[in-house]
Design a protein around this ligand. Structure first.
Ligand code: SF4
Length: 398
């Protein structure tokens, strides 16, 4: 069967193909960024330290945030500028409530879908060629991203960037925007060549399915552009590298799997519901969740199944307790946001991608059990398996 949008293992196991390719590509992106946007990321890091605004994170994370801003501006800037009146705050609150109140989620999602589509998407996104004229344009984008709920983590990070750019004069602001967008354009072109073999159907899916998602709350996560898929591939790799050491020293490790990996549908799964999620009871030996649970028993990690868009704060660090190492598993359209959210709550996070998307709720009429690359999961969880770099990559040209 053709992939719905992306597939990580079209030519062999993802651990031997995709994960090596993305590692090598990420190294090249960061190398190229050195002569382009990394100096800006470095200045921003110094600014955060000087004003004590946050514990400084790695330079690579800030570089990725700039790349992310460039791609999101190109993709959603026009639409964000066109929306003048909308219940921005209410939509952002609704997005949080649905995570905290899972029983109300179906009803909230219907309301969000309609309100969001009516106010936030007056027309289908069309790429914007011009850069932000001033800080006001960027503020429009950030406010819009926050209201969608799907880009909340991005918006939270961009708010601090806005404060940084507020100290720039007009000329310096324009220069920095030019650098960000030039790099984003380079990324779009090169990522298509390097990672495009893993995302063959994204564009056709978006073209054909846009009317279907018109009034749905998952329209942004399901209708992401191809370059956003590539962006999230690199983002997941950068976050994994950045959070690796913290994860490795965490004594307790838990792997959070999405419900769509289960062999049985929700009503037939015999997993036990707990406050933290669903604990697999092994009712079906060939179920992927069960297989990972068995590996976890051997390799000393816990496994939980959690619903899509769960509140991840329960996995955060509690006062007086050591951090839990959490491996989040999700499809490409939401993985980076989940990693950022876990980090915001103080969890020591790593992430592993689903090999492809396929859940009934969002992607496929009947749905099918999704999979991940078990070798990659083992590499991520085990302390002695280290961090992959380009040096140990034998990336296949994509
Ligand atoms: S094996 Fe576990 S996760 Fe899979 S369907 Fe049964 S109880 Fe649910």
């Amino acid at each position: 069967m053709e992939p719905i949008t992306y597939r990580l293992n079209p030519d062999g196991p993802a651990a031997a193909t995709y994960y090596r390719a993305v590692s090598a590509f990420t190294d090249d992106v960061l190398l190229n960024a050195e002569g382009s946007i990394t100096p800006l990321a470095r200045a921003y890091r110094r600014y955060l330290v000087e004003f004590g605004l946050e514990d400084p994170r790695s330079l690579e994370e800030y570089t990725f945030e700039l790349l992310n801003l460039g791609i999101l501006w190109r993709t959603y800037g026009r639409i964000a500028l066109s929306v003048e009146i909308a219940p921005f705050r209410s939509l952002a609150y609704l997005a949080e409530w649905r995570k905290k109140h899972q029983r109300l989620k179906p009803a909230i999602d219907v309301v969000r879908g309609v309100v969001m589509s009516f106010f936030l998407v007056p027309f289908n996104p069309v790429r914007i060629e011009t850069p932000p004229r001033d800080l006001g344009d960027l503020e429009c984008l950030v406010r819009w991203l926050d209201a969608t709920g799907d880009f909340r983590e991005d918006a939270l990070r961009f708010v601090r960037w806005l404060a940084f750019w507020a100290s720039f004069d007009r000329e310096r602001f324009a220069e920095s925007m030019l650098a960000v967008l030039t790099f984003a354009d380079w990324f779009e072109a090169v990522s298509g060549e390097r990672m495009g073999s893993y995302t063959p159907n994204v564009t056709s899916f978006v073209q054909q399915q846009t009317p279907f998602y018109r009034w749905r709350e998952d329209r942004f996560s399901c209708l992401r552009s191809r370059v956003e898929y590539h962006l999230n591939m690199v983002g997941a790799e950068i976050l994994n590298r950045a959070f690796r050491d913290e994860f490795l020293i965490a004594e307790r490790k838990t792997v959070l799997l999405p419900g769509c990996m289960r062999f049985h549908a929700e009503d037939a799964c015999e997993g036990k519901k707990t406050k933290e999620g669903i604990r697999c009871t092994g009712c079906e030996p060939s179920c992927s969740v069960n297989r990972i649970r068995v590996i976890g028993l051997r390799e000393h990690f816990d496994v939980m199944v959690i619903p899509h868009s769960s509140d991840l704060s329960r996995w955060g660090r509690k006062a007086g307790e050591p951090a839990t190492g959490v491996v989040g598993v999700a499809c490409l359209s939401v993985l980076v946001q989940g990693g950022w959210e876990l980090k915001r709550h103080g969890a020591a996070a790593q992430c592993v991608l689903l090999n492809e998307c396929g859940c009934k709720k969002h992607w496929h009429r009947e749905g099918f059990p999704t999979q991940l690359d078990v070798r990659e999961l083992k590499r991520v969880v085990k302390p002695d398996n280290g961090t992959r770099t380009a040096r140990d990559s034998t990336a296949k040209p994509a």
